[in-house]
Structures are given as structure tokens and as C-alpha cells.
Design a protein around this ligand. Structure first.
Ligand SMILES: Cc1cc2nc3c(=O)[nH]c(=O)nc-3n(C[C@H](O)[C@H](O)[C@H](O)COP(=O)(O)OP(=O)(O)OC[C@H]3O[C@@H](n4cnc5c(N)ncnc54)[C@H](O)[C@@H]3O)c2cc1C
Length: 550
């Protein structure tokens, strides 16, 4: 830890998935960052279990996608199906296959399928990556207490919880990746707006040896169990008999005793089985978003600025994406090529994605196991058959949205951003499941597999990437404009009609986070394009051009 008055570029508070993603983005660019985390950050609660296809793209870019897959506890080919049944050993009502696009197959739309893996494993892999990056310091048992900012710096007071020492650390920026009860949010004067704790839930980690010996006949990552006695969701955590088991608590109840838990698990499983309770966790469903994401040199990311029910597997993944967004933009400022308005674009771009995702998660939370319940579901009668078929249809109608999320995960875009240059075309319609790849400016750059088997994304640079098709005319002018503005640029040229059609223009400028910033058959004013995408006023760019040619 730097001592009194110590200097670093950025202080990140919190080493959850958001803070670790920031750390990697900084570390890969050589930005000096100190990450302070008050806890040891170990635990057995999985929390997030879905690392979605977008996060997996980032992990691939960071060189750790394969490490995460190797560390995932369930076998590689384990199906990411969701089974809805009356009980674990009861009657099947519906099955949603390939949830979150987790099937291990090559898909033209993305380079990496989703991975079902506990959050603590994801964090362990991220931490290992951070440890390889010399410009980043990760400090556990260290709490941020306070911070003050001036026009050109932030000074934070951090408390070493191991030895009781308090130190001042001075940085150019401070980021609160410090979760739901964010201290940085308070310091920044931001407030959460929306609905607090509108549902209480109980999560348990159980060891169930019998399920190891005699598992359910159909393998699935989640079993939604719909019955009167114990509506619940459960799923395997590992191949060692560990399962997660979640129930929603009735209003006014915030604790349940072990005997009640045992009875509930038996009812949900439909067998008289022995269980060992390994861990328990109560969590509340919120629908909240911060009224501001920054104040001067202080920024918020992840759960510190948005909270929603964990249905649809969005929270950790949004935090990772926030870390990527803020990471490359702050690095651009520190490297000196970020324009005056670049940091303002963080909130402008991310807020609309957060709002859309929160609305999805809230919609998913509306229909839980208990709401799908109908009389006679367990009966061996014609009425029972009818009830099961009706509930099966209801499940497909209401729950598909929670598990078929590609339109949200890859289809969320930055349309009203000040650093995206529109081209007058219309973006594809938004849909929660359907994802239509498009190089409309503001959309995620369409993915493609190249003839040598590599992913197009593997060739993008860590700065901007200029894709050119068939040696386009104004490519060199754009390259020179980027050089004048000191914008890092990787140039790729393809003679591939299919790829050209996918991108819809001769030239496409792609951001460090793989979003399309600009496209066109030629750049009429290359300096203005480069100025716009790096958040600089266009007048400033023209002045720079004049002075460099004078
Ligand atoms: C039951 C459940 C299931 C979930 N399932 C999913 C899922 O399937 N998919 C998904 O994407 N998400 C899921 N989530 C959400 C996910 O767990 C969170 O969105 C994610 O952990 C947020 O990451 P974060 O880094 O922003 O914050 P956190 O993980 O909360 O990390 C913040 C860190 O900051 C530290 N900190 C706080 N204050 C200070 C301070 N003053 N000084 C130093 N350190 C500090 C904390 O100790 C903490 O380690 C789930 C959540 C729950 C509760």
C-alpha cells in the first residue's frame, strides 16, 4: 500500500467482479491502480452462476476463457437446461433447453458460449489474472473510509483492518465498485432510486449424498419445483453432491429453522433424503438505480449503482461490462487521448442498458415457482394431466424470457451516445431473445469466424480497430487522423464479401469494447470522426490538424 500522500492513477474500492474487471482493464494498459477490498472475499455462496456470452467474450479477450471453463465444477458437456417439475423426482412440466446459450457448440454470432460456474470461481480466475499485471495492487482487509476531491486529484483514507493503520492515498480517480451498500456512492452524493427489498429470499448450500448416488433422470442446471408444500428452485453446484436450494420467504418471515428447512427440501425433492446444511444466505430483491453515476473524479460501477432481482443472470455480468466501459475510458484519459466528453459518455451509455436490464429482471421475478402452482398438479387423473399441460404452457409463455436472453446480452446498444457517430440507418429492433447482429453504429460489432478458425474478435486491438474491406480509399486519412490524436489504432483489411455485407460499409471503426463507433464507405472529415469517437469537441480536432500541418 502506498504510504501517506502516496500516488496512484486510480483507486478502485471493492474486489468483486466489477472491481476485478476494472483492475484487468487497467492492468492490461499499464495504468497504475490500487484495489482496496475490506473482506478476504472467500465464501461458499455461489451468487451468480451464469457467466453470459458477453462476459465470456471479455474473458477471452483477457486470455482466461479457457481457464474459467477448466475451473468450472460441472463437466464441460453438462447441459444448460432448465427443468420445471412438480418435485425433483416428480412429474416434468416443461423443459427450456440451452439456457443462456450455454451449449458447447460453435455459433456464428459469438465466440464463446455462456458458462455455468459459481461466482467465487469466476472471481478466483479474475484475481489470478490481476496477479499477473504489475501496475495493479490488490489489497484485501483494507477499507475505504472517506475521500475528498480537488480539481485535479482524489485523496482517500484507507484503513488497514489487519494492523489498524490509516493512510491517505492520492489518485487521479476513485471508483466505487463497492456493491449494494456503497460508501463511495455516499461520498459522491448519489442516491439509489426505486424500490428497496420488495422480496426476501433464502438460499442454502446443501450436501445431498443421495443425489450423487441416484441423481434425477434428466440432467439440468436448475430444477424449478412447483408444488404446494415447498415451491423452490434447486440445482447441482458440483460433482461432489453439493446443491443450491432457494425459496422465497413469506412476508414478515426472515429466518427458518433447520427442521423446517429439512422438511421443505424433502417435500421439494419428493423423497425422504438426508441433507447437510453447508451455508445459508438471505438476499433481498431490489429495483434500484443511482440518480447519478459520478461526481467530478469519482465514479460508480456495478451493484454500487444498480440493483435488481438476480433472475436472468444479469448482475455480475452487468458489473463486468461496467468495469470494461469505465476501464478503457479512464485509461484513455490517463494516456492523454481521451477527449473532454469521454467520461460523460459512461453514464449516458450504461444507464439505458441498466434500465433495460433491470426491467427484464423485474419481469422475470414476477413469476416464481409458487405463482405457477395449480391444483391437481400431482394427481394421476385426467384433471391432473390437464393441469400439467396448462402449467407447462404457462411456463413456456412466462419463463422463456428469463433463459433466452441473447437479445439483451448482445443486443443492448448505445444509440444516443455522444461518442457514437450515427450513419442515418435504422438499428435492428430490440427483442429480449432474438439477436440480429448489426454494425449499425452503437451496436456490438458483429462476430464472424475466419477461415483459419480464429474469431474476428481475436484480431481486434486493445485500442480502436479500423476494419477495411478491399483497400478502401480514405483508410489512410483515418489512420493519420488517429495518429494525430494519439488514438491507438489497429488496422485490419479483409477481402471477404460476406464479412463486408455483415458490416455494411467499406470502413468500420470499432471501439476497445468491441462496439461500432462509426462506419462509412469513406470518411469525409477523418479528424472530425476521430474527435467524435474519443469524446473531443470537433473544433479542437480541426485546430489540432491545422497546427500539425502548419
Ligand atoms: C442469490 C443471488 C444470485 C445471483 N445470481 C446471479 C447470476 O446468476 N448472474 C449474475 O450476473 N449475477 C447474479 N447475482 C448478482 C451478483 O452476485 C452481483 O451483481 C455481483 O456480485 C456484483 O458485483 P460487484 O463487484 O458490483 O459488487 P460486490 O460483489 O458486492 O462486491 C463489492 C465488494 O466491495 C467491498 N466493499 C464494500 N465497501 C467497501 C469499503 N468501504 N472498502 C473496501 N471494500 C469495500 C465488499 O466487501 C465487496 O467485496 C446474484 C446475486 C444473488 C444475491
Amino acid at each position: 500500500m502506498p504510504g501517506d500522500g502516496a500516488e496512484t492513477d486510480v483507486i478502485v474500492v471493492g474486489a468483486g467482479p466489477t472491481g476485478l474487471s476494472l483492475a484487468i482493464e487497467f492492468g492490461l494498459r499499464g495504468v497504475r491502480a490500487v484495489i482496496v477490498e475490506r473482506h478476504a472475499r472467500t465464501g461458499s455462496q455461489p451468487r451468480a452462476k451464469t457467466t453470459n456470452v458477453r462476459s465470456m467474450q471479455h474473458l477471452r479477450r483477457w486470455g482466461i476463457a479457457s481457464a474459467l471453463r477448466a475451473a468450472a465444477p460441472l463437466p464441460y458437456d453438462y447441459p444448460t437446461d432448465i427443468v420445471f417439475a412438480t418435485r425433483l423426482f416428480g412429474r416434468t412440466l416443461a423443459v427450456i433447453e440451452n439456457a443462456f446459450e450455454g451449449a458447447k457448440r460453435r455459433d456464428p454470432r459469438f465466440p464463446e458460449p455462456a458458462q455455468w460456474v459459481p461466482q467465487y470461481t469466476v472471481e478466483a480466475i479474475l484475481r489470478e489474472r490481476v496477479a499477473t499485471l504489475p501496475s495493479v495492487e490488490l489489497r484485501f482487509n483494507t477499507e475505504l473510509e472517506n475521500a475528498e476531491q480537488s480539481a485535479d486529484a482524489v485523496t482517500a483514507t484507507v484503513h488497514n483492518l489487519a494492523n489498524g493503520e490509516r493512510r491517505a492515498v492520492r489518485a487521479k480517480y476513485l471508483i466505487g465498485a463497492d456493491g449494494a451498500r456503497s460508501r463511495v456512492r455516499e461520498i459522491a452524493g448519489a442516491r439509489m432510486q426505486g424500490e428497496h427489498a420488495y422480496g426476501l429470499n433464502y438460499n442454502l448450500i446443501l450436501r445431498v449424498p443421495e443425489l450423487l448416488r441416484a441423481p434425477p433422470s434428466r440432467r439440468a442446471i436448475m430444477y424449478w419445483l412447483i408444488n404446494k408444500e415447498a415451491p423452490a428452485v434447486m440445482g447441482p453446484m458440483d460433482t461432489d453432491g453439493r446443491w443450491h436450494f432457494g425459496i422465497t420467504l413469506p412476508p414478515g418471515i426472515s429466518e427458518i429453522d433447520d427442521d423446517t428447512i429439512r422438511a421443505r427440501v424433502r417435500a421439494a425433492v419428493g423423497r425422504d433424503i438426508e441433507i447437510e446444511i453447508l451455508a445459508r444466505d438471505i438476499w433481498a430483491a431490489h429495483r434500484l438505480i443511482a440518480d447519478r453515476y459520478s461526481n467530478g473524479r469519482i465514479f460508480l460501477a456495478g451493484d454500487a449503482c444498480h440493483l435488481h432481482p438476480p433472475f436472468g443472470g444479469y448482475g455480475m455480468n452487468l458489473g463486468i461490462a461496467d468495469g470494461v466501459d469505465l476501464g478503457w475510458k479512464l485509461a484513455a484519459m490517463l494516456e492523454g487521448w481521451g477527449g473532454r466528453d469521454l467520461l460523460d459518455s459512461c453514464e449516458q451509455e450504461r444507464r439505458s442498458v441498466h434500465q433495460r436490464t433491470i426491467a427484464e429482471a423485474v419481469e422475470n421475478y414476477r413469476t416464481l415457482s409458487a405463482q405457477l402452482l395449480k391444483d391437481s398438479l400431482d394427481d394421476d387423473t385426467a384433471e391432473g394431466d390437464r393441469a400439467r399441460s396448462e402449467v407447462g404452457e404457462e411456463i413456456v409463455r412466462t419463463k422463456t424470457r428469463e433463459f433466452k436472453t441473447l437479445g439483451v446480452v448482445l443486443g443492448s446498444r448505445y444509440l444516443d451516445s455522444p461518442i457514437i457517430v450515427g450513419d442515418g440507418s435504422a438499428p435492428p429492433d430490440e427483442h429480449y431473445a432474438a439477436f440480429e447482429p448489426s454494425a449499425h453504429p452503437g451496436c456490438l460489432a458483429p462476430h464472424a469466424w475466419l477461415p483459419d478458425g480464429s474469431s474476428l474478435y481475436d484480431h481486434f486491438g486493445s485500442g480502436y480497430t479500423l476494419l477495411g474491406f478491399d483497400e478502401p480509399t480514405s483508410k489512410d486519412e483515418l489512420v493519420q487522423a488517429a495518429r494525430r490524436a494519439r488514438v491507438p489504432l489497429t488496422v485490419l483489411n479483409f477481402c471477404d464479401q460476406e464479412l463486408r455485407a455483415l458490416y455494411g460499409a467499406q470502413l468500420v471503426l470499432i471501439r476497445p469494447d468491441q462496439y461500432v463507433a462509426w462506419r462509412g464507405d469513406r470518411a469525409e472529415d477523418p479528424d472530425a470522426v476521430i474527435a467524435a469517437v474519443r469524446g473531443a469537441p470537433v473544433r479542437e480536432a480541426v485546430a489540432k490538424k491545422k497546427s500539425s500541418t502548419a
